[in-house]
Design a protein around this ligand. Structure first.
Ligand SMILES: C=CC1=C(C)c2cc3[nH]c(cc4nc(cc5[nH]c(cc1n2)c(C)c5CCC(=O)O)C(CCC(=O)O)=C4C)c(C)c3C=C
Ligand SMILES: [Fe+2]
Ligand SMILES: [Fe+2]
Length: 345
């Protein structure tokens, strides 16, 4: 196994430095001014962010962050760091954690790793199971920018996405615990896979065939487009999970959360789906969020609080959010193994 000279960079999305409105505004500005997030020409993006988002959203988001914030800081950052520490315990390679937005920045951590004696390559492993312009692609663009700007001589490699890797699926099922057997026994009515949504336009832009994605049944027809199709990849995760866990087709479904703005995003929306499930008579609902490897605002608040309240208000009786893999020991070990064994072709 050729791993001498490799350093590992785990990357996650990032959080504001604190729950103050000023810090949330700074974070949202950096996030939303990324052309991979709002993919419009700079003047239009600047206008939309300044005129429609920054006047009101920071205060609203700050309140949401306050409801999930821990004494040690943002759950996403605290959990990502604890996971990184566990990965470090399982490998002799140097491992660092960076955030795509906010701190610790990718620039700071790439430069730190590049200064370690004997480092010839940096393997970036985005902690996102699925490819999206707004997740993996933006990390690659930022890492390439840092390498170029600082004229780094090391090689940059990116670990592939792992949306249907058998180890990842197995960890998801195992870490979900007894609720999966309970679902099979009929003790829960349904399992909803809630994935972060993306605008449909992003998927079309990344479709190398120019006409495969978002057509009738496209995600089930083999295509090179699936390498960059978020929709295909989240269905692949859900189907692999259901197959390995032994769930029948009626026991689960997929929905997309966190929509922002007026463009058309992937459907169905999680909030509507949760209400529809309650209206159809579901009383006990399980929700899992496999687009996130660690819990964050979008799982803890949007699903664990908002979606739960919605379900209970519309006639549901019990709602359980299955935690993300977070700092699971076996998962950390798998990440260390992947970091050591991955060979770029
Ligand atoms: C799973 C990967 C993610 C994709 C894809 C993604 C796309 C995406 N997100 C926004 C806008 C926002 N997302 C926000 C929070 C947030 N998003 C992700 C992950 C993905 N986003 C995570 C892990 C988090 C949580 C961060 C945390 O600190 O816990 C936010 C900020 C919070 C808020 O104000 O609601 C915004 C805004 C867009 C527009 C987008 C695709 C275009
Ligand atoms: Fe997001
Ligand atoms: Fe597709």
């Amino acid at each position: 196994m050729e791993m001498k000279g490799r350093a590992v960079l785990l990357v996650n999305l990032g959080s504001p430095d604190s729950t103050s409105v000023a810090d949330v505004r700074r974070y949202l500005n950096q996030f939303l001014m990324d052309p991979c997030i709002i993919d419009l020409p700079w003047p239009l993006r600047r206008l939309i962010v300044s005129a429609f988002v920054l006047p009101t959203r920071p205060a609203k988001s700050a309140e949401a962050y306050k409801s999930i914030w821990w004494e040690e800081g943002s759950p996403l950052k605290v959990l990502s760091q604890q996971l990184t520490d566990k990965v470090t315990e399982n490998t002799e390679l140097p491992v660092a954690l960076a955030m795509r937005y906010g701190n610790p920045s990718m620039e700071q951590e790439i430069l730190r790793l590049s200064k370690i004696e004997g480092i010839k390559e940096i393997l970036m492993l985005p902690l996102y199971p699925h490819y999206a312009m707004s997740s993996v692609k933006t990390c690659i663009i930022e890492a390439e920018r840092v390498f170029k700007e600082h004229q780094l001589t090391q090689k940059l490699i990116t670990h592939p996405v792992f949306f249907e890797h058998p180890d990842y699926i197995q960890h998801l099922i195992r870490s979900a615990g007894p609720v999966i057997e309970e679902l099979k026994n009929g003790d829960w009515d349904h399992l909803l896979f809630s994935y972060h949504g993306v605008p449909e336009r992003h998927i079309r832009k990344d479709d190398p065939t120019g006409n495969h994605c978002l057509k009738e049944n496209c995600c089930n027809k083999p295509s090179v487009a699936h390498n960059t199709c978020y929709r295909h990849q989240v269905f692949a995760t859900s189907k692999a999970f259901a197959k390995q866990a032994g769930l029948s087709d009626e026991q689960w479904s997929v929905a997309f959360q966190s929509r922002l703005g007026r463009a058309k995003w992937l459907e169905p929306a999680t909030d509507q789906t949760v209400r529809d499930l309650a209206a159809k008579g579901a009383k006990k609902l399980l929700v899992i969020c496999p687009a996130f490897t660690v819990d964050c605002l979008e799982t803890l608040e949007e699903i664990g609080m908002e979606a739960k309240e919605d379900f209970l208000e519309h006639g549901g009786k019990e709602f359980k959010l299955i935690p993300c893999l977070n700092t699971d020991e076996a998962w950390a070990k798998t990440l260390a193994e992947w970091a050591e064994s991955y060979q770029a072709s």
